[in-house]
Design a protein around this ligand. Structure first.
Ligand SMILES: Nc1ncnc2c1ncn2[C@@H]1O[C@H](COP(=O)(O)OP(=O)(O)OP(=O)(O)O)[C@@H](O)[C@H]1O
Ligand SMILES: [Mg+2]
Length: 516
C-alpha cells in the first residue's frame, strides 16, 4: 500500500505542484482545504496519514493545534516556510515542525523530504523510539548514520532517557542484527567479578573457578556489546577495556593466550564522562576511544512536546497488556503530565502510566489519579509565564528554573533519605559520625538503640551525632555542632575546622541555634 500524504491548500499554487510530484512518485495524496479537515483526518477513525505537508498558514492558531494533534499521533510534518520569515529554522523549531523547506520549494525536494520523514517514522516504529521533537529526530538521524559502521558509540543522558533503547536500535539496524547484543552493567559488579564477566576466566584462575567460562566479549563475537554505566568501571578494568578497544584482543582471567574478537562496542553513562575525566575517576584515553561517535539524549523536561505522544502510546500499550478497557486521559490530566518535572525521565513516565492504567477507577486518567508528588513537582516557572522578551531575561528565567529544579531535587533526596531511614527496623537507627576518632575506625555508620535522645545523649568517647526519624536538618546540624564542640573542648576554631565550615558560619549557626 502506498504511503498517504495530506497536503494543505493554504498556498494553492505550491499545493498543486507538490501534489503532482508526490502522485508521480507513487504516494497516495489528498489535498485538504482547511486545517480543521486535516485535524479531522489525523484524529478520525481511519489510521492517521503517514505525513502532512503544510503549504502555508503556519502562523495561524489552527496550525498550532494541527501540529499538536500530529505530534500526539506521531505523524511527521513538513512545513513550507515563507522566504520572508527571518530565521526560518527558528520559526520551524518554535512551531514544532518535523522538517521545513523555504518557499518556493522545489517539488522534487519536497517529495524527497517527505519520503525521508516517512522512512524515519518507520524506523521509530521498528525501534520503539518515540518523539517528534527536534532532539529526538536528530538522535534518529544519528542512529541511521551510525548503524552501518563498526565504530564505538558513547550514549550519554540522564537515567531513563532511553540509552539502552538507542543502543539496541543501533544494533538492530546494523549488519550485526542477526548476532548477539550483550548488555553488561559495569556498576553492578565488583572489580574482580566484572573482569571475569567481561573477559571470562580459565579453569582454576581463582577460588571457585571450577570450569573455564567465556566472557561477554567472547559471547558477543560478531555482534555488539553494550557497556552500561561505563563511568562506574574500576580503574584496572578501564585499562583492560582500553586494550580491547585498541586491538580487539584480551586475555581471559588466568589465561595466557590472547583472544581475538570482532565486537562492536556501545557504551552508556548517565553521568558526564567528561566530568569524570576532569575529576580523575575516568581515563581520558579511554574516554576518547569510547567517544568516537556520540549520542546525547536530552532529559524529558527539555522535550515536553513529546509527552502527549508518549502518554498516548503507553496508555494503548498497557491497556492492551493488562486487558483494560481504557479510554485515555483527560486534557487537564495530560497538561499536568506535560508540566511535570520527570527526574526519572521516560522510564518514570512509563511506569506511572502503567500504574494509572491498572488503578484508575474510571477507565481514563483524570487529574485526581495522578499521584500528589507528580502534581507537586510540576514546574513553577513554565515558559508561558516567563518574562516577555530579551535574551538576558530568558537566561534569568532559565537560571531560576535551574535553581528551582535543584531545590526540588534536594528536597526529594532528603525525603528519600528520610523514607529509607524510616523503613529500617524501629529499634535501630542510623548514626552519622563526626570527629577524627570515629573516622579512624573506618566504619561509615553504626547503629545504637533508638531510645537515646540525639541531643541529650551522654557522649560516647568518639562523640557520635545521632539521627533519629523525625529529626529535621537543623536538628541534625545542631547535634553535629554540639558534638564537634564537645570533641574540641569548646574550641570554636577547631570545631569549625572539624565540621568543614568557616569560623564565621559557625558563629552564625551558634547564634541561630542559641548554643553558647
Ligand atoms: N524515546 C522513547 N520512546 C519510547 N520509549 C522510551 C523512550 N525513551 C525511553 N523509553 C522507555 O523508557 C524506559 C527506560 O529506557 P532505557 O532503559 O533505555 O533508559 P536508560 O537511559 O538506559 O536508563 P538508565 O540510565 O537508568 O539505565 C524503557 O522502558 C524504554 O523503552
Ligand atoms: Mg540503561
Amino acid at each position: 500500500m502506498s504511503d498517504r500524504v495530506l497536503i494543505t491548500t493554504d498556498d494553492l499554487e505550491q499545493a498543486v505542484r507538490v501534489n503532482a510530484a508526490l502522485e508521480q512518485a507513487g504516494f497516495d495524496t489528498a489535498m485538504v482545504s482547511s486545517l480543521d479537515d486535516v485535524r479531522q483526518a489525523v484524529r478520525g477513525k481511519q489510521p492517521p496519514p503517514d505525513a502532512i505537508i503544510l503549504t502555508g498558514g503556519l502562523h495561524e492558531s489552527t496550525a498550532r493545534r494541527l501540529l499538536a494533534a500530529a505530534h500526539e499521533h506521531g505523524v511527521p510534518t513538513l512545513g513550507l516556510v515563507e522566504a520572508t520569515d527571518e530565521a526560518a529554522e527558528t520559526v520551524a523549531h518554535e512551531l514544532g515542525l518535523t522538517d521545513w523547506l523555504v518557499k518556493p520549494a522545489d517539488p522534487a525536494e519536497v517529495t524527497a523530504t517527505a519520503r525521508r520523514l516517512i522512512e524515519r517514522r518507520r524506523l521509530q516504529q521498528r525501534t520503539g523510539i518515540l518523539g517528534e521533537s527536534a532532539p529526538i529526530q536528530e538522535v534518529l538521524v544519528k542512529i541511521e548514520q551510525m548503524a552501518p559502521v563498526r565504530s564505538t558509540v558513547l550514549i550519554q543522558g540522564e537515567s531513563g532517557t532511553g540509552k539502552e533503547l538507542v543502543a539496541r536500535a543501533i544494533h538492530d539496524l546494523s549488519p550485526r542484527r542477526g548476532k548477539a547484543f550483550i548488555a553488561v552493567n559495569c556498576a553492578a559488579l565488583p572489580e574482580t567479578l566484572l573482569e571475569s564477566e567481561l573477559f571470562g576466566h580459565e579453569k582454576g584462575a581463582f577460588t571457585g573457578a571450577a570450569e573455564r567460562r567465556l566472557g561477554r566479549f567472547e559471547l558477543a563475537n560478531g555482534g555488539t556489546i553494550f557497556l552500561d554505566e561505563v563511568g562506574e568501571m574500576p580503574a584496572a578494568t578501564q585499562v583492560k577495556l582500553l586494550r580491547v578497544l585498541e586491538d580487539r584482543s584480551f586475555f581471559r582471567v588466568g589465561g595466557t593466550q590472547p583472544i581475538q574478537v570482532d565486537v562492536r562496542v556501545t557504551a552508556a553513562s548517565n553521568k558526564s564522562l567528561k566530568e569524570a575525566v576532569a575529576l580523575g575517576t575516568f581515563r581520558d584515553d579511554l574516554f576518547y576511544r569510547l567517544n568516537v561517535l556520540s549520542v546525547y539524549l536530552p532529559p524529558l523536561r527539555e522535550r515536553r512536546s513529546d509527552i502527549p505522544l508518549l502518554v498516548r502510546t503507553f496508555i494503548t500499550e498497557f491497556a492492551k497488556q493488562h486487558d483494560r478497557n481504557f479510554h485515555g486521559i483527560t486534557p487537564d490530566a495530560q497538561q499536568i503530565l506535560v508540566d511535570a518535572d520527570w527526574p526519572g525521565n521516560v522510564r518514570q513516565l512509563k511506569n506511572l502510566i502503567e500504574s494509572m492504567v491498572v488503578l484508575a477507577p474510571e477507565g481514563e486518567i483524570r487529574a485526581s489519579d495522578i499521584p500528589r508528588d507528580i502534581r507537586e513537582r510540576t514546574r513553577i516557572l513554565p515558559m508561558r509565564i516567563a518574562p516577555p522578551s530579551g535574551a538576558a531575561r530568558e537566561i534569568a528565567g532559565q537560571e531560576l528554573e535551574f535553581i528551582f529544579r535543584t531545590l526540588v531535587e534536594l528536597k526529594m533526596q532528603l525525603e528519600d533519605l528520610r523514607g529509607r531511614i524510616q523503613e529500617r527496623p524501629s529499634e535501630r537507627v542510623e548514626v552519622i559520625e563526626v570527629g577524627g576518632g570515629s573516622r579512624e575506625q573506618g566504619a561509615g555508620s553504626r547503629s545504637i538503640p533508638a531510645s537515646v535522645d540525639p541531643l541529650d545523649a551522654t557522649p560516647e568517647p568518639d562523640h557520635p551525632v545521632i539521627y533519629k526519624p523525625g529529626m529535621s536538618m537543623s536538628d541534625v546540624e545542631r547535634a553535629a555542632i554540639d558534638a564537634a564542640l564537645r570533641e574540641t573542648h569548646g574550641n570554636r576554631r577547631k570545631a569549625a575546622e572539624t565540621l568543614g565550615i568557616g569560623e564565621r558560619t559557625l558563629y552564625r549557626k551558634l547564634k541561630e541555634y542559641a548554643i553558647d
